[in-house]
Design a protein around this ligand. Structure first.
Ligand SMILES: [Zn+2]
Length: 312
C-alpha cells in the first residue's frame, strides 16, 4: 500500500470532497480501526440491544476478537455478522483499501492491481471485487427529460470461412439517464423489443420527455403503459442514420458518454467480462456515475453499503 501516484486526484475537487490516500491511511491505520468503523456505523457509540439483558446496552471491544461485549453481562456481538466481511480471512484493511480504490477511479480498477499492491492472490482479489460490487446495485426512479439508448457488450470473435469475422453472444445493455442527473443501466438479454419498453416504464417516471435515436424498439414509447395505465411519455427522436446527432435539445449524448466511459473502463481494465457478471459491473459504474459530484467521498458511500446491507 505504498504511495499511489497513479490515482490522479483532480485539484478541481472542492476541499470538502477530497479524501486522499493519506487521509485513508490516517483514518484506517490498522484492522482494529476498520472494525471499529463498521461497529460505529451499525451501533453508534457501541450502544445496541443486548439479547441477554433485554435492554439497550453499551458494548466494549473484546481484545483479539472481532467481537464487542455487553458492559453489563458480557454477551458478545459481532459487527461483521451478516456483512460481506463476515467470513473473510483477508484483512479488513485490505478490504477497505479495495473499496478505496474502487471509489477513487472513474474507469474501474482491476483485481490485478489489488493483487500487485497487497499480499492477496488474484483469485482472492477477484472475489473481493465481486462481493463489493454486489453491494452497489440500487433502485432509482428517473425523472425526465431523460435519454434512453442501448448498446452491445462483450462476445467472442468468430472467424468464419473466408476469414469473415463476426462477434457472437454479445449482450445488450439498456441505459436510461436523466440529463445532468442519475443513470440506470441494465442488461437486456431477452430478444425482441418488449424488454426495452418494460425497462423504460419501470425506471422512467410517467409524463417524462424521453429522447432516443430512431431504433424501432422505441416506437411504442409514446404509447407505453404500465399496469394498464398510460405513461404519457413525450418521445423525441434524433436520426443517427442521417448523421444527425444533435438537433436543439434532441440528442442522446449523455447516455452515449456513459457508454464510452463504460467501454473504456471494462475494455481496458477488465478485458473480458462474462455475461453472468456484466450487471454487477454496470452496478459499479452507475454507482460511481450517480455520485460523480461527491469527489473522493465515493469511497465512503461504498463503505456505508457494507453495514447498510448487513443481514440480521
Ligand atoms: Zn447484556
Amino acid at each position: 500500500m505504498a504511495g499511489r501516484k497513479d490515482i490522479i486526484v483532480k485539484q478541481s475537487i472542492p476541499q470538502h470532497l477530497r479524501y486522499s490516500f493519506e487521509d485513508f491511511l490516517r483514518q484506517f491505520p490498522d484492522n482494529d480501526a476498520c472494525l471499529e468503523h463498521i461497529k460505529e456505523q451499525r451501533w453508534p457509540n457501541g450502544i445496541t440491544y443486548c439479547e441477554k439483558c433485554k435492554a439497550d446496552k453499551k458494548h466494549h471491544r473484546v481484545t483479539d476478537r472481532t467481537a464487542y461485549a455487553c458492559e453489563t453481562c458480557g454477551w458478545h456481538i459481532y459487527p461483521l455478522a451478516g456483512t460481506i466481511l463476515e467470513k473473510t480471512t483477508t484483512s479488513l484493511r485490505t478490504w477497505f483499501y479495495a473499496m478505496y480504490l474502487m471509489g477513487s477511479t472513474r474507469c474501474g480498477i482491476s483485481a490485478k492491481q489489488i493483487q500487485r499492491e497487497t499480499s492477496v492472490t488474484y483469485k482472492t482479489a477477484w472475489r473481493m471485487f465481486k462481493q463489493i460490487r454486489s453491494l452497489l446495485a440500487e433502485e432509482i426512479q428517473l425523472e425526465g427529460p431523460a435519454e434512453m439508448d442501448e448498446t452491445y457488450f462483450g462476445g467472442r470473435l468468430h472467424v468464419g470461412k473466408g476469414g469473415r469475422k463476426r462477434l457472437a453472444n454479445k449482450t445488450r445493455i439498456a441505459g436510461m439517464v436523466e440529463r445532468k442527473g442519475k443513470i440506470v443501466a441494465k442488461t437486456a438479454t431477452e430478444t425482441g423489443n418488449n424488454q426495452l419498453m418494460s425497462l423504460a416504464t419501470e425506471y422512467i417516471l410517467p409524463d417524462s420527455t424521453v429522447y432516443t435515436d430512431e431504433y424501432a424498439a422505441y416506437d411504442k414509447l409514446s404509447k407505453a403503459t404500465k399496469d394498464g395505465k398510460p405513461m404519457g411519455y413525450q418521445h423525441r427522436r434524433i436520426h443517427h442514420a442521417s448523421k444527425i446527432y444533435v438537433m436543439g435539445d434532441i440528442h442522446t449524448n449523455t447516455v452515449e458518454g456513459f457508454w464510452s466511459l463504460l467501454k473504456r473502463g471494462i475494455g481496458g481494465v477488465y478485458h473480458a467480462v462474462s455475461q453472468k457478471y456484466l450487471q454487477t459491473y454496470l452496478d459499479e459504474y452507475t454507482f460511481r456515475y450517480n455520485r460523480r459530484d461527491q469527489g473522493n467521498l465515493i469511497f465512503k458511500s461504498i463503505l456505508e453499503q457494507v453495514s447498510q446491507r448487513a443481514v440480521d
